[in-house]
Design a binder for this molecule. Structure first.
Ligand code: FES
Length: 114
């Protein structure tokens, strides 16, 4: 079973293969959104539909263990580092480590792979 390490939350969680990254975090009490983005649409997040971009995570390790970027991610994350992903669009296929939006600043922690 893949292990997902949420670095800023200090939690490592085992999940099933193909599990949705956003749901893994939410089910285990890991904050996915900044406080203002916890609100419902249209002000807050889109509840996992790949439209708002507020569930972004920086993948520090294991980027290769996620599904390829969806079209919604390619649109929403245009110009962002390659290791930024919308967690609601990600299927976990293997071990990985990430930083949630709560702790993200403008500067990525890990060097982005192109
Ligand atoms: S929850 Fe809105 S893009 Fe992921």
């Amino acid at each position: 079973m893949p292990k997902v390490e949420f670095l800023n939350a200090g939690k490592t969680i085992e999940c099933g293969q193909y599990a949705n990254l956003r749901k893994v975090a939410l089910l285990h009490g890991v904050e996915v959104y900044k406080p203002i983005h916890k609100l419902p649409p249209p002000i807050g997040n889109c509840r996992g539909n790949g439209l708002c971009g507020f569930c972004v995570m920086e993948i520090v390790e294991g980027l290769e263990n996620l599904n390829p970027k969806t079209l919604r991610e390619q649109f929403k994350l245009k110009g962002k580092p390659a290791n930024y992903r919308l967690s609601c669009q990600c299927q976990v296929l293997g071990d990985m480590a990430c930083i949630t939006a709560v702790a993200l600043t403008d500067e990525p922690v890990a060097a982005a792979k192109t």
